[in-house]
Design a protein around this ligand. Structure first.
Ligand code: 5GP
Ligand code: ZN
Length: 115
């Protein structure tokens, strides 16, 4: 937990969000400013800044985030049509919240760069 991190606060329950799934490793909640009909953020419960600070011990966790994305996409009914997973990394990558997250975006035909 990092005191000033908004996603750590959501994970701990201190920050408000519409949580759609959680387990001992990760939390998934709806983005505050959705760019598509489905826009869910999938985050590790442990504070990891970005892909730029991942370590070998995080490999199972990262796989878990993607398996969760697949399940959430099925629950949202967007699997068949397809969807987009995005992990912005660092300022040039467009990252604005420095707690690693995977955007699950779908429910419409995607354009670039985001929705
Ligand atoms: P990034 O730009 O870092 O890849 O994505 C950050 C995302 O977090 C943005 O899509 C933004 O709308 C979302 N976001 C930022 N603050 C909050 C918040 O307090 N609650 C929720 N649910 N989403 C947030
Ligand atoms: Zn955090």
């Amino acid at each position: 937990m990092t005191d000033s991190c908004i996603f750590c606060k959501i994970v701990s329950g201190e920050g408000k969000a519409t949580i759609v799934y959680r387990d001992e490793q990760m939390t998934a909640f709806r983005d505050r400013h959705p760019v598509a009909p489905t826009h869910i953020l999938i985050v590790p419960n442990r504070h990891i800044e970005s892909v730029g600070t991942l370590e070998a011990k995080d490999e199972q966790l990262m796989g878990h985030l993607f398996t969760a994305a697949r399940k959430l996409a099925e629950e949202e009914g967007i699997s068949e049509g397809g969807y987009r997973l995005i992990t912005n990394t660092g300022s040039n990558g467009g990252q604005t919240v420095f707690h690693l997250h995977v955007h699950l975006i779908g429910g419409q035909r995607m354009r670039y760069p985001m929705g």
